[in-house]
Design a protein around this ligand. Sequence first.
Ligand SMILES: C[S@@+](CC[C@H](N)C(=O)[O-])C[C@H]1O[C@@H](n2cnc3c(N)ncnc32)[C@H](O)[C@@H]1O
Length: 263
Amino acid sequence: MNPHKNPDSSYIQNMFDRLAGRYDLFNHLTSLGMAGRWRKAALEPVKKGMRVLDLGCGTGDLAILAAAKTGPAGEVTGLDFSSRMLALARKRYEYSRLNGKGGRLHFIQAKAEDLPIGTAPYDLVVSGFVLRNLYENIGRILKGVFESLRPGGEISFLDFTEPDHKAFLFLWRVYLNTVAVFFGKMLFGRDYPAFYLTESARRFLKADELTSKLEAAGFRDIHARSFLLGAIRLYRAVKPPPVIPSLPAGRQAKRGIPREKRL
Ligand SMILES: C[S@@+](CC[C@H](N)C(=O)[O-])C[C@H]1O[C@@H](n2cnc3c(N)ncnc32)[C@H](O)[C@@H]1O
């Protein structure tokens, strides 16, 4: 059996532990330097003083940028199950010179499946390129994310999907199976799981399927923004505040309560 087709959680954890050392360089090369723009878009909702969770923080890219945006009144938690990714994240944080100027940032080794954990409730849960790896337990994880947020809190999730346009989908797969594999083999040698990227994007939920899962978990105001003709998507959604029966309908609408639940 090809383990990339049906990887379990310990296979994925082991894989990221092995790739950690050169993961950032690989990312930079294969995204042709565009990842910075996608991450910036994912962090648009971060405001001063927020409590933010970076789910599957890896080497800490999003978490460190988020802490810079929250300022000293904010707090960011980076969660990942790979100890080697977390060791690099802590090192990068030390060198980032945020100490004092940015929000408090701490990293915890845990499984996304075990949410809610850490200093929940959060104002915002962000994640970059993690969802695909969680596809088997996505319903349970979205429920845990929902429970980790305060009412009115938001999510901002970035990941690969398969482009809708057939010709571009073909070119995208060729790119992942040739250029990405070339960089992967060059940087990681035999440790690089050659077709994991393509396979994980292929088997993961399409944008409308993930939107339905988010809705089923209780999220509202769901938007999927696409980059690179749909090869990358950013999902934003809100945990609605509870419906307060005594509020007039007009005021409930302002609180962002979905139409079908308004009184
Ligand atoms: C592709 S990397 C992305 C890292 C980082 N978010 C970024 O934007 O570069 C995926 C990360 O998710 C972590 N991860 C995957 N499945 C996980 C799980 N079930 N629980 C916790 N972390 C997980 C991996 O260890 C890895 O660091």
